[in-house]
Design a protein around this ligand. Structure first.
Ligand code: ADP
Ligand code: MG
Length: 609
């Protein structure tokens, strides 16, 4: 239960609703519990009428005050017998109506409250997801994240809504009916309640079984979803390797297992309600047998009305009691789900600005200094950077050159504070990057990641993504021209309003790369980092972009990461990385005079041209 205590803040937030809900539940139960007494009264009345007795047999009944005043009023008015029957009939109807109205109100307050809580909780989880760092995202899969924010949150809602409502209802219903039963006849009450321990045990046993089975079903369903999702995302690979049959067989297998478990669960569930019915029927049977015995032998003041009243009480608690098992399942599931949610909510992002006394360095106009920088990926133990030191002057254009896996992207991500350096420091001016607020740092850097990603939105919105206000058409177009993608966009049917991504046109890899370049450039960042972002662009387009970039980058600090040679772009400095260490640093001209990876690649490229 301790996991669910993190929900209490929401109960407190919606305390008025909750309290109102509790009041409605109690009032609803109160009105409904009066009907057995009215029924008992009228049955006694009928009995009295049939036996032509004039002695009232209701005087010594311990009815509720409301019922007693109602009876007194009727008796006082000297109604005829048939009038009394009609009045009581109407009263029963009214009681049911009032009880129903309050039941409606209780659902309105408590279920609505649970929807509010669900909304708040979804936002809480989403907001927390956004704060978590890259390491978190590398170690958790998307399916899991999705499941927690949807499935788990809605399971917790089953607790804050229906489960809470049924629990309070159960307490109220049992409380009222047992109280009135004991008032009426405590001996008979004991008999009526005697099957309760068996009932409790059955509920507990079947409930555990159901829970175990549904947990298994849940995880099978999760697996099934993942399988389906992967086969849609990877449909091209599946089709090109002609593996449709194999994937289908795999899916069928999983699906079959799921079906079998679901059928197993249905079996257990179908035992549950009949056995509840049996035990409750047993209670009714005992009431009639024992009550009848007392009545026939004229014992303990039991009348025909008493027996009817008890049968109605049992009827009254049937639903709340049957709901126990179900409620317990909901609570158990909510505990598991909330535990999973708490796991994430309690994860503290390692990259945060909490400890910062927000130093507002100007990033513009400052040098970048890297000192003995090392980084080891925690999850794989790979040392991606090893004691790297260099200096980039403000406005310099630097080529970070090296084979794949040499640690180039890792450096870019450290500069952007996606990770904290394992050892060493990166300074912008005199300030270490991890002393600069993430927001400010990332705003000032135009980063084009290696694995570019576009949203399912229009080209305009994708290019303007990083801006705080919607960009006007000219600005977007300028950025597109700069990134060499303007002509491509004009070639599409709806031009800048073309939808990209899953729901839209399929852009080529090179077009996507250039749109993400435009997205980075439109911010007019102080520092530009292009991570291998021209790899899918043909030589002619590359020449065009590089020509544009040359103008755009004038006066800006730029780090161009690549394993290719750009002959049309002038660099101030080339840094050659190899296996996480710096091999050589120098001007392109100086490096070309010696034998190194850069000069080798350069000459290879020249030969090709
Ligand atoms: P480059 O950009 O030069 O191709 P990276 O910086 O991407 O190189 O990678 C450097 C090394 O770190 C590689 O050996 C790579 O396998 C490893 N690496 C990169 N990203 C991760 C990651 N998220 N988790 C674990 N290891 C990684
Ligand atoms: Mg890379």
């Amino acid at each position: 239960m301790k996991h669910l205590s993190s929900i209490n803040k929401y109960f407190w937030k919606y305390r008025v609703r909750l309290l109102l809900g509790v009041v409605f539940i109690i009032v609803s139960n109160y009105f409904r519990i009066l009907s057995p007494q009215v029924s008992g009264y009228i049955i006694n009345k009928v009995e009295q009428h049939l036996s032509n007795s004039t002695v009232s047999n209701i005087a010594n009944k311990n009815y509720n005050v409301a019922v007693i005043s109602f009876i007194n009023a009727i008796e006082h008015h000297q109604f005829t017998f048939s009038d009394i029957v009609i009045i009581c009939g109407i009263t029963l109807l009214i009681l049911a109506l009032i009880g129903g109205i309050f039941m409606f109100l209780m659902r309105q307050t408590i279920i609505v409250m649970s929807r509010h809580i669900e909304y708040d909780q979804k936002n809480e989880v989403y907001e927390h997801y956004q704060k978590l760092d890259m390491h978190f995202y590398k170690t958790h899969n998307t399916g899991d994240l999705m499941n927690r924010i949807t499935e788990d949150v809605s399971r917790v809602r089953m607790y804050t809504g229906p489960a809470v409502m049924y629990l309070i209802n159960l307490v109220a219903a049992i409380g009222f009916s047992v109280y009135f039963m004991i008032q009426e006849n405590w001996r008979l009450t004991l008999f009526v309640l005697s099957p309760l321990p068996i009932l409790a045990f059955t509920i507990y046993y079947v409930n555990t079984l159901i829970n175990k089975k549904s947990e298994r079903i849940q995880s099978q369903l999760s697996g099934l979803t993942t399988t389906a999702q992967e086969s849609y995302s990877g449909i091209r690979v599946i089709k090109s390797f002609v593996q449709e049959k194999a994937t289908k067989a795999f899916f069928d297998n999983n699906s079959e297992e799921y079906k079998n478990s679901a059928i197993g669960l249905a079996k257990v569930e179908s035992i549950y309600f009949p056995s509840m019915g049996l035990l409750i029927g047993l209670s009714t049977l005992i009431t009639i047998a024992v009550g009848g015995w007392y009545y026939v032998h004229n014992l303990y003041n039991v009348s025909a009305g008493t027996i009817a009243e008890f049968v109605l009480y049992i009827n009254f608690i049937t639903f709340p009691v049957s709901a126990i098992g179900w409620t317990a399942i909901m609570v158990q599931r909510a505990i598991v789900s909330q535990k999973r949610l708490n796991e994430f909510l309690d994860t503290k992002p390692t990259i945060n600005d909490d400890s910062l006394e927000t130093i507002h360095t100007d990033i513009k106009g400052n040098d970048i200094t890297v000192e003995h920088l090392s980084y080891t990926y925690q999850n794989t133990g790979i040392k991606a950077l090893n004691d790297v030191s260099f200096h980039i002057k403000n406005g310099e254009r630097v080529l970070l050159f090296g084979k794949t896996g040499s640690g180039k992207s890792t450096f870019a991500q450290l500069l952007l504070r996606f990770y904290n350096a394992t050892e060493g420091h990166i300074y912008i001016g005199d300030t270490e990057v991890n002393k600069i607020p993430v927001h400010q740092l990332r705003q000032s850097i135009g980063f084009v990641p290696q694995d570019n990603f576009l949203f399912s939105d229009t080209i305009t919105n994708n290019i303007g993504f990083g801006l705080d206000v919607a960009a006007d058409a000219d600005t977007v177009q300028n950025a597109a021209i700069m990134a060499g993608v303007h002509k491509d966009i004009l070639g599409t049917k709806e031009q800048y309003n073309t939808m990209v991504g899953e729901r839209g046109v399929t852009l080529s890899g090179g077009q996507k790369q250039r749109i993400s370049i435009a997205r980075a450039l439109i911010k007019h960042p102080d520092i530009v980092i292009l991570d291998d972002c021209l790899s899918a662009v043909d030589a002619k387009t590359e020449q065009e972009i590089v020509g544009n970039l040359d103008r755009f980058l004038a006066g800006k600090t730029a780090i161009i990461i690549t394993h290719r040679i750009f002959t049309h772009l002038k660099f101030d400095k080339v840094i050659i990385l190899e296996d996480g260490s710096i091999k050589e640093i120098g001007t392109p001209e100086a490096l070309l005079e010696r034998d190194n990876y850069y000069s080798q690649m350069y000459h290879l490229q020249m030969m090709k041209n």
